[in-house]
Structures are given as C-alpha cells and as structure tokens.
Design a protein. Structure first.
Length: 594
C-alpha cells in the first residue's frame, strides 16, 4: 500500500512538473494574445480546506482538481460552477463587501476553450496576482509565485486540451514577516488576480525579450540586443524602425542572443515631445511590434540631465487605485484619468508608489510625456537577514526591469522606501542596487531615504546607501509629523555631490472641511503646509525634483479616524472622488513658475 501511494505521488509530480514557469516574456501588448479576463468563479477558503488536509499536510484531493461527484454517494464538498463570480482583473475587497477587510485564501476558477495551432506553443501570462499564487491548469500544478505587482508566465503547451480547459488559481494575500512588502504598510492589501490574464501564442523558438536604447547623444548610436527563449545559434532576427529607415538582421549566437549598434538620429523623447517610434521585431516570419522612444538620462553633479539638458522633476506620488472610490485600477482609461490630474498639476514626472504599477499605466505615461520613478515594495522593516526575502525582492526588481526596460519615460528604478538603518539592511539594499545596475545601467538608481538627524532646525541626511544610488532621495513630513511653524527656520544638509529628490512631503485634509490654518484636517491647514514646505525645500542645494505625497486620497487600514479618515489616507491633493483641495492650486502655481 505504502509503495503504491509513493508511486502515485511520483506519477503526479512527474505529470505536474512537465509544466514549467518560463522566463518573463517582454512586450506582451505587441504579441498574439487571447484574454482570459472576465467572470471567474471564486471560493473563499479561510482555513485552506482546499489545499491542506486536517493534519495541515498539502492534500492531493484539493480544490485544484475541480472534482465533481460521479456517483450519488460521492462526497465532494465544493463546486466552483455553483460558486459566485467576480471580475478578473480586479480585487476581491471592492467586489464582494464581505471581503472588504479579508486577508487570506480565495480560489479562482475559469473554463475556456482553446484550439491549438499546429507547431505553436502557448504561454499562460499573469500580469499580477496579490500576493501568493498557486496556478493549476486542468488539474496540473503549473507553479507557485509570490509578489503582488509583477508578471509571471508558464509554458502550458503540454497541459492545454483541445476544446475546454479549466484554470484554477489559489490566491493568498496574508501578510507575513518574510514577505515583500512585510507585515505592515500604509496601503490597502487588495487581494486577487488584480491584472490581466492572457494566453500568449508563440512559435517554439520565440523572442523572449530585447532592449532598444539610444546609447549616447554624441555618438548618435542606437543599441539593440535580443534574447531568444532557447540557447540556439543561427536564428535570424530582424529589427525594423521604418521611420528611421532602419532594417537590421542579426544572427543569434550559441546562447540565443544577438546584439548590434546602429547609427541613427531619432527625435528625442521628452515631456514636451513624447515621440515614440514604431518598431518591428521579426523572427521566423513572426513579427511583433512595439512603440519605443529614445532619450538619454543621467546624473551629473547635482543635476539630472534629460537628453543632455538639466531638468527639474515636477512630480507627484501616486498609488495604483481607481480614480474614484478605491480598488485596484488596471486599464489605460484609469491611468489616463490619474495622469491627467497630474498633468493639471503641471507635472512632468510621477513616483509610482510603492510597487511596480500595471503596464497600461507606465505606457500611458510614456505617451503623455510623463517621466516615471518605478519602485519595488521593499518598504519599512523588511526581514533583512532572511535570504529568501532577499531573493524575493531581487526577483521583483528583475521582473520590474524586464517588463519595462524599453520604456523611455522610466528614468529611475527605486529599490526601497523608508528602511531602518542597519548593516543587514545595507547588505540587502547594496546588493539590490548592484543587481539593478547589472540589469540596466542606462537609468538612475535611487531609494526613498529618511532624514537622520534634526536638531536645532538642522536636518541632515546621512545614509551609507548614498554610495550605491545616483540620486539621493528622502521623505520628510515637516508640517504634519513635525511642526509647520519650524519650516522657515529649517536648514538642510545633504552631504553628497548628487542630485536630490524630495520623494515625499505633505499632510492630510478632508475635502470640504474648512477652518483656521492651524486646524488639522482642514483644507487651509494643508494649503499652508504646502506653501511652507515649498518655500523651505527650494532652499535645498541640489534640489532636482520632488513627488509630494500624494495625488489622491487612498485606502489604508492604518487610517481609522472616524468622520475624517474612514480608512483613507487623506494626504491627497484630490479627494477619493476627484475633488481638488486648496493645496492643489499651491503646488500647481509653484510648478507653473518653475
Ligand atoms: C510614509 C510612507 C507612505 C505613507 C506616508 C504617510 O512616508 O512612505 O507610504 O503613506 O508616509 O504617512 O502618509
């Protein structure tokens, strides 16, 4: 009996392990895809009955089998087809009132039809699932992914059936010490399959990813490198940029890569001129298209130079939340609304906090001429000495860069926010910074630091990580967590010859609440705070930009003041329903003069 169980288990492992997670595929919007978005059935599984037996061992009779009773006496205690549905992509918190505060496991199931194309492969692509996902196709375990804001994909060619298929995802958004982010963070822990789910049609040999960049202004050179999904020599990849009259065919080397430089003088991408070029990449008769802009970005002394010219980053911080009323956003329309509000403020730059936002948002910002700071959620007190936590953070960093490395508008990769000083933290973060630079040495590296000493109105920033970043950024909350009346007396000391960004400042106001400037939560209090901060910060030597906290009131479980916060962080310049607060005009006018 024991031998049979082991044998069955081994068979099961063999069957399921043939499905594999494959390296992240780039430029999904430019590929042949079929959407699996729509209504998915869901089962809320508080005690993970669908995954563990009553001894807390993973069970092989779990919900992933989508079992149905075959005989009258059969006992199957779940039925996806009878379960309610919710929208994917989306979060469960705003779609099912009972799940507003819910953190735990929810199973999702969807049936779909598939007609295989002879000789083609199919990938199953998730743009993001928060937080911990086990994915099954027709009962086969495809893999396990952690991290709520970056994509992952599986080659499911062998698991797909002709005709009907069943995909099941176990999603668990419980917060844990070793996670990234860790147990506490000041945003809503929206759970679910929060971004697109797609079937991607590829040839057995396909272009996994590529990078196309302007090397330097002087050289007028564009560099192109491409990587196939396999290490094979002799494959011909053709790059075409019709408007630049460029057509170049490369042949891959034994490691499946190829690269080249080309002379070119493209119009440069910038906020005033967000010029994008259509780019075609062809392999084996299959062409995928992308839209790419060309620009250079660098730090020189205390200046940030875009296309060789000093630029001031007139920014605002944004959370990935629908313009009206909360919930994860995941569309070009939602992004366009939020980014238009930023444009109204006079912004040429946004900080997408504190995690990689969806690809629609990044691409829409690129079309709208908005530069981007993109960040991974290494936030507050991460489990620095836990190597799995480090690998998790590094993976999120690498996936963020792989997904967006061809976006001209992304100028800064941020590796952390407000992290407490320690050797373990420095080791963790310095490794991440070096990893980022090894993956992409064409952009600026930064992180949101904190002021380290503030006696006698002298604010000093001292952080070992200054060695690893190109831009020194810090958050400060004079006027909110510190007295606004001190602002005029404040002095700032940032002892590094690098550009300085104030990555956060701000204060709360309940839209429509009016009163004296020293009355907390009034619009007048926030308005005054902005005036004082802008006057104070413009004295900082080397100030190259800012991203005040924050564009819009956003949901947070840490904000519980009834009648004022009601589970919203109220530091927005817009209310949660899009009303402008008085401070909006202070910042707009200040940016208007810059
Ligand atoms: C911090 C943090 C934000 C938070 C903000 C606040 O600086 O980075 O995530 O929301 O402060 O307190 O409002």
């Amino acid at each position: 009996m024991k031998r049979l169980t082991i044998f069955l288990l081994l068979v099961n492992i063999f069957l399921t392990s043939s499905a594999k997670e494959v390296p992240l595929v780039g430029n999904i919007p430019g590929r042949q895809t079929a959407s699996l978005n729509g209504d998915w059935h869901y089962i809320v599984d508080v005690q993970e009955e669908g995954y563990y037996d009553y001894r807390m061992n993973p069970t092989r009779w779990g919900f992933f089998r989508n079992d149905k009773p075959r005989r009258p006496e059969d006992l199957i205690e779940y039925d996806f087809d009878k379960a309610p549905t919710m929208q994917v992509p989306g979060d469960w918190n705003t779609q099912d009132q009972q799940l507003f505060f819910y953190e735990g496991t929810v199973w999702f199931m969807r049936r779909f039809n598939h007609q295989p194309k002879a000789g083609h492969h199919t990938l199953l692509y998730f743009e993001a699932v928060n937080y911990d996902a086990h994915v099954y196709l027709n009962g086969n375990h495809l893999g396990h992914h952690v991290g709520g804001f970056t994509p992952f994909n599986y080659d499911v060619t062998e698991q797909l059936h002709e005709g009907e298929n069943v995909v099941i995802v176990k999603v668990d958004n419980k917060r844990r010490k070793e996670n990234v982010p860790t147990q506490i963070f000041d945003w809503w822990n929206y759970g679910g399959i929060t971004r697109d789910v797609l079937l991607v049609d590829v040839e057995p040999v396909y272009v996994e990813n590529y990078s196309l960049q302007l090397e330097s202004l002087e050289g007028c050179q564009i560099s192109f490198s491409v990587k196939l999904n396999c290490e094979e020599a002799g494959h011909e990849v053709t790059l075409a940029i019709p408007e630049l009259r460029i057509t170049k065919t490369l042949t891959t080397a034994a490691d499946g890569t190829a690269s080249c430089f080309m002379k070119a003088k493209p119009e440069l991408w910038s906020p005033d001129h967000p010029r994008l070029y259509r780019v075609d990449i062809t392999l084996g008769g299959n062409t995928m298209t992308d839209e790419i802009g060309f620009r250079t970005i660098e730090a020189r002394g205390k200046q940030i130079l875009l296309n060789g010219e000093p630029i001031f980053l007139k920014g605002i911080s944004i959370h990935e939340e629908k313009p009206n009323g909360g919930g994860r956003c995941n569309s070009t329309e939602d992004a366009h609304t939020l980014l238009s509000w930023a444009k109204e403020l006079g912004c040429n730059y946004v900080r997408l906090a504190h995690y990689p936002h969806n690809e629609y948002a990044v691409r829409e910002a690129e079309r709208m001429g908005i530069m981007v700071w993109s960040e991974i959620p290494v936030y507050w007190t991460i489990d620095w000495t836990n190597f799995d936590t480090y690998l998790n953070a590094e993976r999120q960093l690498s996936d963020m860069i792989q997904r967006d490395k061809n976006r001209a508008n992304i100028i800064i990769w941020s590796i952390a926010n407000e992290t407490p000083h320690s050797d373990a933290r420095d080791n963790f973060l310095s490794r991440l910074a070096q990893k980022a630079r090894s993956l992409d040495d064409t952009r600026l590296i930064s992180m949101a630091m904190e002021v380290t000493s503030a006696s006698n109105y002298k604010n000093r920033l001292q952080d070992n990580m200054h060695r690893y970043v190109d831009v020194v950024s810090f958050n400060q909350y004079i006027g909110w967590y510190r007295d606004v009346n001190d602002a005029p007396k404040m002095e700032w000391e940032v002892p590094y010859d690098k550009p300085v960004i104030v990555s956060e400042f701000g204060g709360g106001a309940r839209a429509g609440l009016h009163g004296a400037v020293n009355q907390r939560w009034t619009e007048e209090f926030q308005e005054n705070l902005y005036r004082e901060n802008l006057a104070m910060l413009s004295k900082i030597d080397g100030l190259a930009g800012m991203s005040p906290w924050i564009l819009k009131d956003f949901r947070s479980p840490r904000r519980v003041l009834v009648g004022i916060q009601d589970y919203y962080n109220r530091k927005g310049l817009f209310s949660d329903s899009g009303e402008k607060k008085k401070a909006f005009f202070v910042l707009r006018d200040w940016y208007g003069k810059r």
